[in-house]
Design a protein around this ligand. Structure first.
Ligand code: PLP
Length: 389
């Protein structure tokens, strides 16, 4: 455990929450947690089940009703061809990722992780005895990984590529052609592709969302990670999914028999409620998050001299310190520590995503909080810049 570090986003969020509980005004841009009431479909399905007053152990793979609905939802929204047997219900997308790498990796195997990456990937790989191999990408290329980038980091020990589309922290989206080329490279080198698609339903701009599961010629090497957390605003329910070949799903289910025993049945019925009305529930969350994105981008661009581009998907904006007028030598960790301690503004440093000189903002809090938080940030930066000149 000594090689692991705690999740940076969870840590910053915990500091912000503690300050809030002490009665302090905190501007929380750290957690990608849609602050939104659960849709009624979720609550009524969970209550209906709970009122039966019988909650036995769940089937380890997940309740059949939910597995069927997940396959149907993916097939309808993403053009995949999954059946119930291709679906495993897990304790959130995070456990899906852990289960896959734990089951598939042998000690010393390498996992390719394009940076900027979601904070937990490297540590999840380390926990499974694997070696995270970070593949840098460039802002000039919109932070998208290319087959050429991968080629420079593939070795004979490379086993898995973790591919994140729609992307946290950049909001970037890949085109069908780009995914085609990346999957082609994975095939050439015998890589399994874990496609983290937990933001597939929070896509606001073209080219829209394309799933790695919609390439039938690659279905044997692709494992999709999905979740109710973001698409249906259900972070605390802890319901995620793996979709992939039946044999892999069976293996992962064995891992669940010896670890979690499956997911809370009440949460699974809540997820059934969400998926039975998937279009309505997702639209409800997406509409709200799109409005928060608009407030974030418009307010930011009215306050700071260098405008940010429109965010295409997910819940985040990845911004260079220099564009906020911070030109003095300060790393992203020192900057975020200063902001949370003196100004109660919680951000996540770019180093947590594998890129220094940047910070990540989440726009998942209500619009008024975003607006006020950005005003407070502007004041804090004016002060910092003033102090250093
Ligand atoms: N993948 C990405 C890219 C994420 O941003 C998150 C959560 O923030 C997860 C996976 C895990 O989500 P959950 O475990 O809540 O389903």
């Amino acid at each position: 455990m000594k090689i692991l570090s705690p999740s940076a986003t969870v840590t910053v969020n915990a500091i912000a929450t503690k300050k809030k509980m002490n009665g302090e005004r905190v501007y929380n841009f750290a957690a990608g947690d849609p602050v939104l009431k659960n849709h009624d479909s979720i609550i009524s399905a969970a209550i209906q089940y709970a009122e039966k007053k019988l909650s036995p152990y769940p089937p380890v793979e997940g309740i059949p009703e939910l597995r069927n609905l997940v396959a149907e939802w993916m097939n309808t929204t993403c053009g995949t061809e999954y059946a119930k047997e291709n679906v495993l219900v897990t304790c959130g997308g995070k456990f899906s990722l852990f289960a896959i790498v734990y089951a598939l990796l042998q000690s010393g195997d390498e996992v390719l992780i394009p940076a900027p990456y979601w904070v937990s990937y490297p540590d999840i790989v380390k926990m499974a005895g694997g070696i995270p191999k970070v593949v840098p990408t460039s802002s000039e290329n919109g932070w998208k990984v290319t087959p050429q980038d991968l080629l420079q980091h593939i070795t004979k020990n490379s086993k898995i590529l973790i591919f994140n589309n729609a992307c946290n922290p950049t909001g970037q989206l890949y085109t069908r052609q780009e995914i085609h080329d990346i999957l082609g490279m994975a095939k050439k080198f015998g890589l399994t592709v874990i496609s983290d698609e937990v933001y597939s339903g929070l896509v606001y701009e073209e080219p829209g969302f394309i799933s790695c599961g919609s390439f039938p010629e690659h279905k044997g090497r692709v494992l999709i990670v999905q979740s109710c957390s973001k698409n249906f605003g259900m972070t605390g329910w802890r319901v995620g999914f793996v979709l992939g070949p039946k044999e892999v799903i069976k293996t992962l289910a064995i891992l669940q028999t010896q670890s979690t025993t499956g997911v809370s049945v009440i949460s699974q019925w809540g997820a059934v409620g969400a998926l039975e009305n998937s279009e309505e529930v997702n639209s409800y969350v997406k509409k709200s998050m799109r409005a928060r994105r608009d407030v974030f981008v418009n307010t930011y661009n009215s306050l700071f001299p260098i405008p940010i581009e429109q965010v295409k998907s997910a819940l985040y904006v990845f911004i260079p310190l220099s564009s906020m007028g911070i030109y003095k030598k300060i790393d992203s960790v020192t900057f975020t520590e200063l902001l949370i301690s003196s100004d109660n503004i919680a951000l996540v440093p770019g180093t947590a995503f594998g890129v220094d000189g940047y910070v990540r903002f989440a726009f998942s809090e209500p619009e008024e909080d975003i607006y006020q938080g950005l005003q407070a940030l502007k004041d804090a930066i004016n002060r910092l810049v003033g102090e250093s000149s």
